[in-house]
Design a protein. Structure first.
Length: 484
């Protein structure tokens, strides 16, 4: 764990000073090495009780963060491959080499911070790392330094700082609850220590801490009503960063909430956490549906889609059964893969046509034929059309919620999903159809990653690797979920 984090940090610094010819390929090499190291670590986790510790128990790995680690390292590798083609186009468009070095520096610091969030055992370090992701991505959101980008960066910092402040108060309450049992010091902020003594902690204080953490980190997840930073940030950031933020960062923030939920489930008050998660899940998916059907900017549309999918994941975890937890984790993986794919695909459109306006684009099938194929497949995949993997995870989530008796919230969720499907089909099919006399050159390095990710998403509909399936099946026990 320390090697993966350290390698990422060292490379972030080195990439700022190195010649771009080397940066492109070393970036791919570093993320690939970390991916192999991550797989090696994950292979040592077999049972729900298995934990690997490092750095005096400040870092740890179990089945829950193994899944997130796998997602971060996999998406980071694909984004690194994609960034070569994307940044070469930006170089031709007039961006300086030093500016691209800056992009790699902040992107690698961003990945480093997400790795620390995932592998940290200590809530204090986790909070600092979440704040680190805010600082790194703020520079990336305002990367182009135009008026819209700078405004989006400031909005992002302000709203997420409010959220982070609320989350900090929740963590302080957790510490106040735990030190009476564990004593003063860092050990009272370690998740494993708090989790192991959770049955002896004050449930009212834990619930209050959870509410602050849910609202605080929920701002970073994109839960309504503090979601307003998300569409602006995704629309202004470089497309590879939009993919990382949507596919990985939102999951890191939600993971932080899950760690607190696990403590309360283990304390015996999981039903209370479920009510709050379901409220934010249903509210957010309805609001995202209403915004999706009236969008004119396709990157903002995808940002609202990210809100939708994080709301679906929250809904799954609010049902709080073994089947819903399985479906929620499965959906988290599926969304990361498919959303990265569709952001990469629209990145090809953006670097060719230099517009994000949905209604000014027509005839994409003629202008960018291979990009159009990737786009239509990604649209069907992200909206949960069979045979893609998101269809399967949505189906499992709805089955689990109906089985658990959440009839009205499930119906609201289904109606919102129908609206979202209609919005996606309407907007993107209008872009694809029509006539145009323009043709654009398509880049293999930009197109290859989304096609590979689409293939993975198709495979995951029918086959989940045995190791990943085992890790997912371990998670309900870690979260303290005992019913079907």
């Amino acid at each position: 764990m320390g090697v993966i984090i350290g390698l990422q940090l060292i490379w972030a610094v080195v990439s700022y000073f190195l010649n771009l010819r080397f940066v492109y390929f070393i970036q791919i090499g570093i993320t690939f090495i970390n991916l192999i190291l991550g797989y090696s670590l994950i292979s040592k986790i077999n049972n729900p009780q298995d934990r690997i510790y490092e750095l005096n128990n400040l870092l740890f790995l179990d089945s829950l963060n193994s899944i997130l680690l796998l997602v971060i390292l996999t998406i980071s590798f694909f984004v690194s491959v994609y960034s070569v083609g994307y940044m070469k186009r930006e170089l031709k468009a007039g961006i300086s080499e030093k500016k691209i070095n800056e992009y790699y520096f902040w992107m690698n610091l961003f990945i480093f911070a997400m790795l620390v969030v995932t592998l940290s055992n200590n809530f204090g370090i986790l909070w600092i790392a979440i704040e680190g992701t805010t600082l790194a991505t703020a520079f990336l959101i305002s990367y182009y330094r135009n008026k819209e980008a700078v405004e989006a960066g400031w909005k992002y910092i302000m709203l997420c700082s409010i959220g982070i402040g609320l989350a900090l108060f929740g963590i302080i309450l957790l510490y106040y609850s735990s030190f009476s049992v564990l004593g003063h010091g860092l050990q009272s902020l370690n998740w494993t220590n708090i989790y192991d003594v959770s049955s002896r902690l004050n449930p009212k204080l834990l619930m209050l801490a959870f509410i602050f953490v849910l609202v605080g980190f929920g701002t970073k997840v994109g839960f309504a009503p503090l979601h307003f930073w998300l569409p602006d940030a995704h629309s202004q950031a470089p497309t590879p960063i939009s993919a990382l933020m949507s596919g990985v960062l939102l999951n890191c923030a939600f993971y932080s909430i899950l760690r607190v939920q696990a403590i309360i489930n283990n304390n015996g008050y999981g039903y209370d956490t479920s009510k709050y998660l379901m409220f934010f899940g249903v509210l957010t998916v309805v609001i995202s549906a209403l915004f999706i059907i009236r969008q004119v900017d396709y990157k903002r549309l995808l940002a609202y889609s990210s809100m939708e999918h994080m709301a679906i994941i929250a809904f799954a975890f609010s049902v709080n059964t073994k089947l819903s937890i399985f479906a929620g984790v499965y959906h988290l993986i599926n969304h990361a893969i498919v959303k990265t794919s569709i952001f990469m695909t629209v990145g090809s459109i953006l670097t060719s046509l230099h517009t994000r306006d949905i209604f000014s684009i027509r005839g994409l099938f003629k202008a960018l034929p291979y990009t159009s194929i990737a786009l239509i497949l990604s649209v069907f995949a992200i909206t949960g059309t069979p045979p893609f993997n998101i269809f399967m995870s949505k189906l499992f989530i709805l089955i689990s919620s109906f089985k658990a008796g959440f009839i009205i919230p499930s119906i609201i969720l289904m109606l919102a999903l129908v609206l979202i499907f209609g919005g996606f089909i309407y907007h993107f099919l209008n872009m694809l159809m029509g006539d145009t006399d323009k043709g654009y050159k398509e880049d293999l390095l930009i197109l290859l990653p989304p096609f590979v990710l689409l293939f993975i998403s198709l495979v995951l509909s029918f086959y989940i690797p045995e190791k990943i399936l085992m890790l997912i099946n371990n998670i309900p026990e870690i979260l303290g979920v005992k019913n079907g």
